[in-house]
Design a protein around this ligand. Structure first.
Ligand SMILES: Cc1cc2nc3c(=O)[nH]c(=O)nc-3n(C[C@H](O)[C@H](O)[C@H](O)COP(=O)(O)O)c2cc1C
Length: 280
């Protein structure tokens, strides 16, 4: 597929690379806007802006989170905000993505259509754990209702957008690899896995799907990058240190080292082979 996703309406599957270098910046609500992405764009291949609450139930939840001192984006018109933030990144040297929360598939489709127009990835948030967001039918509550989450994915994919789903491990009663397989079937192109303290689950998700798997949580240095890539992740992301150039530089160097090494091994095995982006 094309690196900016323009006009590509098929699930890329493993082997197709939605962004390079394979280091992404993960959403920090209330902070992850276009300026945040641009500030780290020399290091990352992709930036997940947001998350943003799209409809009244999730916006009400976001207001309650603000009352509890959490940072949230609460623009008057969330879809216009997405459009404006993505426009501000039109000439940035990374692929933009937007992490969205909604109580149903329709607002997700509306946001996805805007992302598609910008060649950006729409990321469905099945990750936030705050009670208010879960009660609104968004965040990790979606992992307990894979039928509903799959409907969000289908609605987003039908717009032509490249679709990511942000998920987390360690949710009691949730078989994450099985959910991941459902999402893959529904049209998810990327699975962004917050591995928490269960890093090995990344390997189970990789085995269960053809989606491009972005591993997240605690990516800080060569050892943590290698651990996730060894489990078969296609890329890594980092959130909290996304404003720390020392960490960004170190992680980027480790990502380059890994993929340059893999590329070198491939070309040594097959000197006449086309250079490819896949680590499959
Ligand atoms: C203050 C804060 C806000 C966050 N907001 C979001 C969000 O809106 N959407 C989301 O999917 N993840 C959100 N996350 C999770 C991060 O994207 C990331 O998954 C998590 O911090 C683990 O990665 P790290 O160890 O690199 O920080 C947030 C995390 C923090 C600390």
């Amino acid at each position: 597929m094309s690196a900016n996703g323009d006009g590509d309406r098929t699930n890329p599957g493993r082997g197709d690379v939605p962004f390079e270098p394979r280091l992404a910046l993960a959403s920090l609500s209330g902070q992850s806007d276009a300026a945040w992405a641009r500030a780290a764009s020399e290091y990352a291949g992709c930036a997940f802006l947001g998350g943003i609450a799209l409809d009244e139930p999730t916006r009400e939840a976001a207001r309650e989170l603000v009352d509890r001192d959490r940072d949230e984006f609460l623009p008057a018109d969330p879809v216009a905000f997405i459009d404006q933030q993505l426009s501000a990144l039109a000439d940035a040297p990374l692929r933009a993505a937007f992490n969205v929360r909604a109580s149903g598939p329709e607002p997700v489709a509306e946001a996805a259509a805007v992302c598609a127009d910008h060649g950006a990835i729409v990321e469905i948030n099945a990750h936030c754990r705050q009670d208010e967001m879960c009660a609104a039918g968004a965040g990790e509550s979606l992992l307990r209702d894979p039928d509903r989450l799959a409907a969000y994915v289908r609605a987003a994919a039908e717009t032509g957008a490249t679709v990511s789903v942000k998920v987390r491990t360690e949710l009691a009663g949730v078989d994450l690899p099985a959910v991941a397989a459902r999402l893959d079937d529904a049209g998810a192109n990327l699975l962004h896995v917050d591995a928490m303290d269960s890093e090995a689950v990344v390997a189970d998700v990789v085995d269960a799907t053809d989606a491009f798997v972005v591993a997240n949580n605690g990516v800080r240095d060569r050892a943590t990058v290698r651990e996730y890539l060894d489990y078969g992740a296609d890329a890594v992301s980092l959130g909290r240190p996304s404003d720390d150039p020392r960490v960004l530089r170190r992680v980027r160097r480790a990502v380059d080292e890994w993929f340059d090494g893999a590329e070198k091994q491939r070309s040594e095995r097959a000197p006449n082979a086309e250079p490819g982006g896949s680590n499959a």
